[in-house]
Design a protein around this ligand. Structure first.
Ligand code: ADP
Ligand code: 5GP
Length: 220
């Protein structure tokens, strides 16, 4: 394993967590960096599994101590990736997936230009709204203001898609999973049938699916 750093960004509710889990079950040697956050756990989230849930004071102390590779404030809460996560993956000879927002992604792209960036888009605002609602109903945490805020934020995040090397539209889950798997394998240097799929996800390729998703969000 080459110790590749994959930056994954997506508007909340696009299906990033679902996709990352599926790809990790299909591809060996892919570690996931568990971020620190000051937001409270959602639904069945468990400390140390989805996130390290942390008090604001502790997070600010970690910033002061220089423990973060990057951090950002998202929806009023802090989120950050520790240097230690990167070191552990390197020591284990594994590639590392970072699930981070666009602010954190820009920081890493500047610091580590060899990082491979992937943006996941929902196919349309209507589908994104439905996924956000379904998820929050399943977690018994529906809050109109939160859903509206996340939809607004999605549009502004999508403006950054061209800063990423790859973009994939998570419409049909199996197709999006195959695309993300192809990108990981292609970046590792494997070319047995994955290069065509990976190339179709380059943002410079302007695929019809990407253009349609951006148009539906009125991003152009
Ligand atoms: P994120 O991590 O980007 O916030 P999640 O992975 O939690 O998003 O997905 C949000 C919701 O959408 C979840 O209920 C998930 O099961 C559902 N979902 C994800 N991908 C798809 C897909 N391709 N088709 C239908 N539902 C999906
Ligand atoms: P959620 O609260 O829905 O899990 O995540 C909200 C946003 O925070 C998502 O865009 C997610 O990618 C981002 N995020 C999660 N962890 C980190 C992190 O360590 N750093 C940064 N910058 N963003 C993060």
């Amino acid at each position: 394993m080459a110790g590749i750093l994959f930056i994954i960004s997506a508007p909340s509710g696009s299906g990033k967590t679902t996709l990352v889990e599926r790809v990790r079950s299909l591809v060996d040697g892919l570690d996931f960096s568990i971020s620190y956050t000051t937001r409270p756990p959602r639904g069945s989230e468990t400390n140390g599994r989805e996130y390290h849930f942390t008090e604001r004071f502790t997070f600010e102390q970690m910033i002061a101590d220089g423990e973060f590779l990057e951090w950002a404030e998202v929806f009023g809460n802090y989120y950050g990736t520790t240097m230690a996560a990167l070191d552990h993956a390197r020591e284990a000879g594994k590639d590392l997936l970072l699930d981070i927002d666009v602010q954190g992604a820009v920081q890493i792209m500047k610091m580590l230009p060899s990082a491979v960036s992937i943006f996941i888009l929902p196919p349309s605002p209507e589908v994104l709204e439905m996924r956000l609602r379904n998820r929050s109903e399943a977690e018994k945490m529906t809050c109109e203001a939160v859903i509206e805020e996340r939809l607004r934020q999605a549009r502004s995040e999508l403006e950054q898609v061209q800063d990423y090397k790859y973009a994939l539209v998570n419409d049909v889950l199996d197709q999006a999973t195959a695309e993300m798997r192809a990108i990981v394998l292609y970046e590792r240097g494997q070319t047995n049938g994955v290069e065509e799929i990976a190339a179709s996800c380059l943002t410079t390729a302007h695929s019809p699916r990407l253009d349609a998703a951006l148009e539906s969000f009125q991003v152009g």
